[in-house]
Design a protein around this ligand. Structure first.
Ligand SMILES: [Zn+2]
Length: 345
């Protein structure tokens, strides 16, 4: 409890600073807006006369100076707040007393090191890692290693004719991927014809698109995480973000249910009363709804495959079982309910 209070104190400090920052910036911005409005008013009132203009231009210069100073001041105070925010993080680390074994940290440190290099367009650490983990990557159906070799080849191409021999030699790395990436390799080799004139002036110029670097970083992160058995996004942040999207919709539906007094609609605690679309990135696995009970199956009520191939939930199977026999509600084959097999999605 003492630890929580300690973290809370740090948190309160940060919140206080945020509020103060909000007030100060609002005040300063209002002040600036007022002086800009004044200048505009003067311009409208006096018309464009030489005498007025010299005075006005001074006022305007002063106003610009004030704006610049305010922006700098706000930026530096914002930076200070960041310091306080990181203090909260440190306080949590210190007070939680969680000690993470270095052996657990090691793979993450290595992945971050490789990713940093990749962001700086240095492919070597990623290539070394991919070659070391070749077998496991292939098992995951990953084409990371080929894509890294491809990028290395492209970086040689962008160096021009001076790299021709090296590029040709490097192309040997494509050999193990020939059957799976034939088309890509043909394009890469075809581009060599234009090396003398520069790839950027050739029909192969799309090979030099810089967006490929962001893409290769994403592929590396995804495949490396899959190899470690981790999800790319933190499960906590995914749950939090999904909650933020779903909550307003659920609040609305709750209000509607209350207004129409049909509270019986939402009785299953594992199931939402309506479908909430969180976008494709939140698709993880298929779901199965029992066609008899019209409920989504769960761990306690899993889908069961009958001998005839039809699938219903276990609760439905139990309900339909009569004197140790089950008549499939679809075909309707008579069978022993104990022969039904649980299926997993
Ligand atoms: Zn059947």
């Amino acid at each position: 409890m003492e630890q929580c209070a300690c973290v809370e104190r740090e948190l309160e400090k940060v919140l206080h600073r945020f509020v103060m920052y909000g007030h100060q910036s609002e005040e300063r911005l209002d002040e600036l807006l007022r002086s800009v409005c004044d200048i505009r008013g003067q311009l409208v009132a006096f018309g464009v006369q030489d005498a007025d203009l010299s005075v006005l231009s001074q006022t305007m210069a002063q106003c610009c100076k004030n704006i610049k100073e305010t922006v700098q001041m706000l930026a530096s105070r914002h930076k200070d707040i960041h310091g306080s925010v990181s203090k909260v993080g440190k306080a949590i680390d210190r007070e939680s007393g969680v000690v993470i074994d270095m052996n657990m940290k090691q793979p993450f440190l290595e992945l971050n090191r490789i990713l940093e290099a990749l962001r700086m367009q240095d492919l070597r650490p990623a290539l070394e890692w991919a070659v070391t983990n070749r077998q496991r990557l292939l098992e995951l159906n990953s084409s990371l290693e080929f894509k890294l070799h491809r990028m290395y080849f492209i970086s040689l191409l962008s160096g021009g004719i001076g790299n021709q021999v090296e590029a040709l030699q490097y192309s040997r790395h494509f050999q193990p991927f020939a059957s799976q990436h034939q088309r890509d390799i043909q394009i890469l080799m075809g581009s060599l014809v234009y090396l003398r004139h520069g790839i950027e002036n050739s029909p192969y110029r799309s090979l030099l698109e810089t967006s490929q670097w962001a893409e290769i970083c994403n592929i590396f992160t995804r495949d490396a995480c899959a190899l470690l058995g981790l999800s790319v996004e933190s499960p906590l942040s995914v749950s939090f973000a999904s909650g933020c999207m779903a909550l307003p919709v659920l609040m609305n539906i709750k209000q509607v249910i209350e207004q129409r007094q049909c509270s019986g609609v939402w009785t299953h605690k594992d199931e939402l009363p309506i479908e909430i679309d969180l976008g494709k990135k939140c698709w993880y696995h298929s779901v199965f709804a029992c066609p008899i009970l019209r409920q989504q199956t769960s761990e306690s009520n899993p889908p069961m495959k009958l001998i005839c191939g039809h699938v219903i939930s276990r609760d439905a199977l139990n309900k339909l079982t009569n004197a140790g026999k089950l008549k499939c509600p679809y075909c309707p084959m008579e069978q022993n309910p104990s022969h039904a097999k649980q299926i997993y999605f």
